[in-house]
Ligand binder design. Structure first.
Ligand SMILES: Cc1cc2nc3c(=O)[nH]c(=O)nc-3n(C[C@H](O)[C@H](O)[C@H](O)COP(=O)(O)O)c2cc1C
Length: 245
């Protein structure tokens, strides 16, 4: 264990922030840390939109399902998967861009995840707290309109950054033996490990909420994957020029 590993293992999402803006220079450095991450074939399929206008922040908070910390964080940025620059570069060389490839959708979305997480780690190393906001995909068309996103660009998630005014416990993860497999996919022991984890999560929620919440991971998965999740995304992505073939 070293300070980097300690930092990684102490991550927890922060949803309460001081009323203090993250300075532009700090944000710029953090986004550069994201740019420094590995990127599929050097595509760098990421654009980051720093939302500074209070009325747009308010609209984003509401579009994300009433997540007030989108408004109150020291900075709010939207991570976009962006194939538009690559398309323009291709065409500047006399090439013909092929839109809609599922593989390019994956490449740009993966690039976004990797870049954002580098930014997150850099932010946490400075004592900032963060919360990803996938809730923007509740209303991706409205978000895209507000941000004037052109074809070949789509909002993957938002990210709140700021100076924490809360210090929540680290949320327990699945046992490592459920996740790390040797040589081949291995389902033996998964049920026992899941049961064990369900109890850990139940206890975590009970402690954290003074007994008000006591659900477990399996119950959460029942709600999450036991229904159609944001079914509008397929159509929305196709409309932005992504993932049609
Ligand atoms: C892509 C992504 C989207 C997320 N969207 C939201 C969100 O909209 N609102 C929220 O409060 N938390 C959101 N989260 C935070 C997760 O709920 C959180 O990371 C998870 O419960 C684990 O908790 P921890 O980050 O405190 O360890 C998101 C996380 C990720 C990675």
């Amino acid at each position: 264990v070293n300070p980097t590993i300690e930092l990684l293992l102490s991550h927890r999402s922060i949803r309460k922030f001081e009323d203090r803006v993250v300075p532009d220079e700090v944000l710029s450095t953090l986004v550069q840390c994201g740019q420094a991450a590995a990127t599929s074939s050097n595509v760098q399929g990421v654009s980051v939109i720093h939302v500074t206008k209070p009325d747009v922040r308010q609209a984003m908070a509401s579009l994300a399902g009433g997540q007030t910390y989108v408004e109150t964080a020291g900075a709010f940025v939207v991570y976009c998967a962006d194939l538009r620059r690559s398309m323009n570069a291709c065409e500047s060389q006399g090439g013909e861009f092929v839109p809609g490839m599922m593989e390019d959708f994956l490449i740009s979305s993966i690039d976004v995840g990797i870049a954002a997480q580098n930014t997150v780690i850099a932010a946490e190393s400075l004592g900032l707290g963060i919360c990803y906001i996938g809730g923007l995909r509740n209303n991706p068309s409205e978000v895209s309109k507000l941000l004037k996103l052109p074809q070949q660009v789509y909002p993957v998630f938002g990210l709140c950054l700021g100076y924490p005014t809360q210090d929540p416990e680290v949320k327990p993860r699945l046992p490592i033996d459920a996740v790390l497999m040797k040589d081949e996919y291995n389902e033996s022991g998964q049920v026992e490990l899941r049961d064990q984890y369900d109890e850990t999560v139940r206890e975590y929620y009970r402690t954290r909420t003074g007994g008000k919440k006591s659900s477990c991971w399996s119950e959460e998965m029942k709600i999450l994957v036991g229904k159609e999740s944001r079914p509008h995304m397929k159509r929305f992505l196709a409309d932005q020029g992504f993932a049609t073939k």
